[in-house]
Design a protein around this ligand. Structure first.
Ligand SMILES: [Zn+2]
Ligand SMILES: [Zn+2]
Length: 234
């Protein structure tokens, strides 16, 4: 796992598949997504390398239930005592009570998905002991007030987080950046692509300067313009 500083308060954690983010307030940390199965220990090491204890992480906010985002959530919650938060529509899959629904793949997505699946560790994620529901309009206590935005389409319970004071947006897999040229793209492997595109339009209306995606390099500076361009092209 690579740890990359984006802003003084923001680090990117990059896994073989997918990414998580660590936000630092003066007295506490927040983890946005939690990597693949087995990532809990590596996240704890990253937290220590930044001069904190795992127990300083107060919450783990999951953008959706996919394994490359929740794989390490139960492990890291057990190590840190952090609260785990997810949208109620995705929470049963995060808790492991039900298998999550499979995406409706576009034909061109199938080879990309097969390649990504080979990089995922085997096994079943350790479910968190409890998951707290968060919904559209909730404001979470980090980054000066993090607004929860329900962005269905990739999954039914996908959420984004927007920090208006910091102008930082966490999109989950509703938006991605191309691994080839860094261009901003609608997310892939969706349950409902038209719904995803409508959610993307909603994110493009925000005044984000920095956009952090589930996959691909974040946009640091001018994120709203990049998102509006993608929204307009659809
Ligand atoms: Zn993902
Ligand atoms: Zn996903």
């Amino acid at each position: 796992m690579d740890v990359i500083g984006l802003l003084p308060r923001l680090h990117l954690l990059r896994f073989p598949v997918g990414q998580a983010y660590l936000w630092r307030d003066d007295d506490a940390l927040t983890l946005i997504d939690a990597g693949t199965i087995g990532a809990g220990r590596a996240i704890a090491d990253a937290v220590r390398a930044l001069g904190h204890a795992p127990g300083d992480v107060r919450r783990i906010v999951l953008t959706h239930f996919h394994e490359d985002h929740v794989g390490g959530a139960g492990e890291f919650a057990a190590l840190s005592g952090a609260e785990v938060l997810a949208h109620p529509l995705d929470a049963p899959f995060v808790r492991g009570e039900l298998p999550g629904p499979h995406p409706r793949f576009e034909d061109w997505e199938l080879p990309i998905h097969a390649a990504a699946a080979k990089l995922l560790p085997d096994g079943t994620p350790m479910p968190p002991a409890s998951v707290t529901g968060v919904s559209d309009g909730d404001v979470l206590g980090f980054g000066g007030g993090a607004r929860v935005i329900h962005v269905p389409g990739h999954t039914d319970g996908s959420i984004a987080l927007f920090l208006p004071e910091e102008r930082v947006l966490f999109t989950g897999d509703t938006v991605a950046a191309s691994p080839v040229d860094g261009s901003v793209l609608p997310g892939v492997f969706n349950l409902d692509r038209p719904q995803l595109l409508a959610s993307l339009v909603r994110l493009a209306e925000l005044d984000a300067d920095v956009a952090c995606f589930g996959h691909g390099d974040p946009v640091v500076g001018g994120a709203a313009a990049a998102l509006r361009e993608v929204a307009r092209a659809r």
